[in-house]
Design a protein around this ligand. Structure first.
Ligand code: PMP
Length: 346
């Protein structure tokens, strides 16, 4: 890996971060007259903890990392963007990512005016480490990988990910939004071995909390320090922190949800495979199935007319004719299957 100092954008390296009232005073006090808050309407009159230490303390127990290795954001969409803002000089540096994958990497790159290079997955939706590395040059600061990948659903080969981590001199952002549904272990255990690894996870999927907008980035304390420098001071609001603390006490429930959803994924795949017009169900390590049908647009419209919304991925590269179907409750999946059984392709 190149020296972190050389990867950071010079303006970010040289800047002084904003220091909030909550940053400057730490400790016990009874009268807070430092942040121009309204003294009435507690507890929401107070700014939240800018570094969310209580939430991080609980995350640490589950994820087995150190608090200084965590950045919390407004969904994982925030660290996806922060990484680019911290490391990529607009119109100069570039990013390399797999294709197809989660659409926000490209959107964030466009917003930040950073060249975005796509490298196709193999026909089996796997990572071609050599092709990915060949697409990189001295201006490539970040590689974005997603495993299990959205919208394909599969985990990328671990060996290929290791190869990229070993050979790339910039930073690898590995999005593990769906890791709790995967048969593969997380790369969190590799953080100490790879200084250039950033793992993204989220409360939006297995944790059942997409509405609170809470994403996690895990990396070396040095990388987390850079992200903390440029994030908005109070990027995770008090209500979100409060609810996250509650959810983190319900880890057993989350494990049970995952167990049910995995059983439902198996059953849904089995039932879908019995439909004569279904051409292919791709193997999934996530909480959704990518399903190939003869006319995805027509089937999508048929389902919408019945009040059932799936994601039409027909226009996504390598996903021609595909719908992405999230695994729902047993009841929701039955409603979907009943509708699909009645469908008559023209
Ligand atoms: N990464 C991937 C791969 C996703 O599919 C999604 C959401 N669809 C996200 C990140 C965004 O997650 P969040 O809600 O944490 O912003």
């Amino acid at each position: 890996m190149r020296k972190l100092e050389d990867l950071i954008r010079p303006s970010v390296r040289n800047m002084q971060p904003y220091s909030s009232a909550r940053d400057e005073f730490k400790g016990e006090a009874s009268v807070f007259l430092d942040a121009n808050e309204n003294p009435y309407n507690g507890p929401f009159n107070r700014y939240p903890d800018p570094l969310q230490w209580k939430v991080k303390e609980k995350i640490v127990r589950i994820k087995g990392v150190k608090p200084e290795q965590i950045l919390l954001g407004n969904g994982s969409d925030e660290p996806i963007d922060l990484m680019m803002r911290a490391f990529c000089e607009p119109r100069t540096d570039n990013i390399v990512a797999i294709d197809p994958t989660y659409g926000m990497y490209h959107v964030a790159a466009e917003i930040n005016d950073i060249e975005y290079r796509r490298v196709s997955l193999t026909a089996g939706f796997n990572l071609d480490a050599d092709a990915l590395l060949q697409a990189c040059d001295e201006k490539t600061k970040l590689i974005y990988l997603c495993s299990p990948n959205n919208p394909t659903g599969n985990s990328l080969s671990r060996e290929a990910i290791y190869k990229v981590l070993r050979m790339f001199s910039g930073i690898v952002v590995l999005d593990e939004a769906y890791i709790d549904f995967s048969s593969q272990p997380s790369f969190l255990g590799e953080l100490d071995d790879f200084a250039n690894l950033v793992v993204l996870q989220t409360f939006s999927k297995a944790w059942g909390s997409a509405g609170i907008r809470l994403g996690m980035a895990f990396a070396s304390p040095e990388i987390i320090h850079v992200l903390n420098k440029i994030k908005y001071p109070y990027n995770v609001n008090a209500l979100t922190q409060q609810e996250a603390l509650k959810m983190l006490e319900r880890h057993d429930t989350v494990i049970e949800w995952v167990r049910v959803l995995l059983a439902e994924r198996t059953e849904l795949a089995k039932q879908l495979s019995l439909l004569p017009y279904v051409k292919h169900i791709y193997p999934s390590d996530a909480n959704f199935l990518l399903v190939k049908v003869p006319d995805a647009d027509a089937l999508y419209r048929y389902l919408v007319n019945l009040g059932i919304v799936v994601r039409n991925r027909n226009s996504v590269s390598m996903c021609l004719g595909c719908l992405r179907i999230t695994v729902g409750t047993p009841e929701e999946n039955k409603v979907l299957l009943n509708a699909l059984k009645k469908y008559n392709p023209a």
